[in-house]
Design a protein around this ligand. Structure first.
Ligand code: ADP
Length: 368
């Protein structure tokens, strides 16, 4: 192994290297977060740093001297090594390893000239990067689809009007109404997208905030009451007698309550109930929104906070949902150091529970 290092291009060492160059290089390779594996012409392992241990399923030190195929059985890796040994040219490939596959960018480079052939392999874990890329691609595809649906309906309504329906007063109004509904849906979608993007990339650190739950909820319930009345849904509130100060600003709490209460109406049954509770327990503020609606199947409960995730796509679109409401709620609450959880039983109802640090605690310099 010492020979291997001597053959390498000289490395600039610190002025006063207390350890020997060999120890220095060994420490350097061992401290890398990327896996490094060097094999000789017989495919025996010359060097393996600790980062490669997870791939080898054994401590890297135990792999030294073993044939590479014995500790890392991988057809494509073997083929990559063969090609680099034959051509003497470096090559890279993305390969997947392990039972719960992780993706690595594997680079194979021939060790420099000399009688002893050898190849050094580096393994860079690109799993999180690819996961993010996939999320981004899915998001773009979802947004395009969500924008396209109302645009198609809007265009169809306008075309029908231009094709003659405009002169038919009985039907013209319906088409204009469709055009207006779809325009409003587009606007809601764009507003929600902008809100999410703002929440995901806050420009400034959050300044402490507070508002009074009873005041904000009164305004939100008043705004939603006409919709609730249509389905004969009854709102009930359970609050302490004294004003409950919440560590959110009034806009944030309005948006949270509006989304949760709107869903509680939308996914309720006729003659259903919606209960909003607020409480102070220890150093936490707890807010609950409970409904008597269709409920959420257990397998969907953990996913409803994802962007565009809907349990019943037809129903939510028909009621004008953007599929972003709960993602916004979660961001707003987590940005203030809180949590939101859902519990639900199909056909019985759903409860969303919010925990927030109490307003006094959130304002303290020790809990920014
Ligand atoms: P939207 O309501 O616009 O579809 P949300 O992000 O607010 O989007 O909700 C995501 C999904 O979670 C909804 O489509 C619905 O399937 C489910 N959901 C949310 N709230 C409730 C509720 N109170 N009862 C039943 N299902 C709900």
């Amino acid at each position: 192994m010492l020979k291997f290092f001597r053959q390498r291009t000289p490395v600039v060492l610190p002025e006063k290297p207390s350890p020997s160059p060999f120890t220095f290089l060994k420490n350097l390779v061992n401290s890398l977060t990327d896996g490094v594996l060097a094999v000789d012409g017989n495919r025996r392992i010359l060097l393996a740093n600790p980062a490669v241990s997870t791939l080898l399923n054994q401590p890297s030190t135990e792999a030294i001297g073993k044939p590479v195929w014995e500790v890392l059985r991988h057809r494509e890796l073997g083929e990559l090594l063969d090609r680099v040994f034959q051509s003497g040219q470096g090559e890279g490939k993305e390969l997947s390893f392990g039972p719960e596959p992780r993706l690595y960018d594997v680079r194979a480079s021939p060790l420099p000239e000399g009688n002893e052939a050898g190849v050094v392999l580096t393994f860079h874990d690109v799993t999180p990067l690819r996961r993010l890329e996939n999320l981004r691609k899915d998001f773009v595809a979802n947004v395009s689809h969500e924008l396209k649906t109302p645009l198609t309906a809007l265009r169809a309504a306008l075309e029908t009007l231009l094709d003659g329906a405009l002169e038919d007063p009985k039907h013209a109004r319906d088409f204009l109404q469709t055009a207006q509904d779809q325009t409003e849906r587009l606007q809601r979608l764009i507003e929600d997208l902008l809100t999410l993007s703002r929440l995901e990339h806050p420009n400034a650190p959050q300044t402490p905030a507070s508002c009074i739950l009873q005041e904000v909820s009164q305004r939100v319930i008043k705004a939603l009451n006409p919709i609730a009345k249509k389905d004969q849904i009854l709102f009930t509130t359970q609050f302490p007698t004294s004003p409950l100060v919440v560590a959110l600003n009034a806009d944030e709490l309005t948006q949270i309550l509006f989304n949760l209460l709107d869903n509680a109406i939308k996914f309720n049954r006729n003659d259903g109930r919606v209960t909003l509770r607020g409480n102070q327990t220890g150093d936490q503020t707890v807010i609950e929104v409970e409904d008597t609606g269709v409920g959420i199947p257990p397998e969907d409960q953990s996913r409803v906070f994802e962007r565009f995730y809907r349990v019943d796509k037809a129903r939510t679109r028909e009621r004008g949902g953007t599929g972003l409401g709960l993602a916004i709620v979660k961001h707003l609450i987590e940005n203030r150091g809180g949590t939101v959880a859902v519990s639900s039983a199909p056909d019985k109802g759903t409860t969303f529970t919010i925990h927030l640090p109490s307003a006094n605690r959130a304002r303290s310099p020790f809990h920014p």
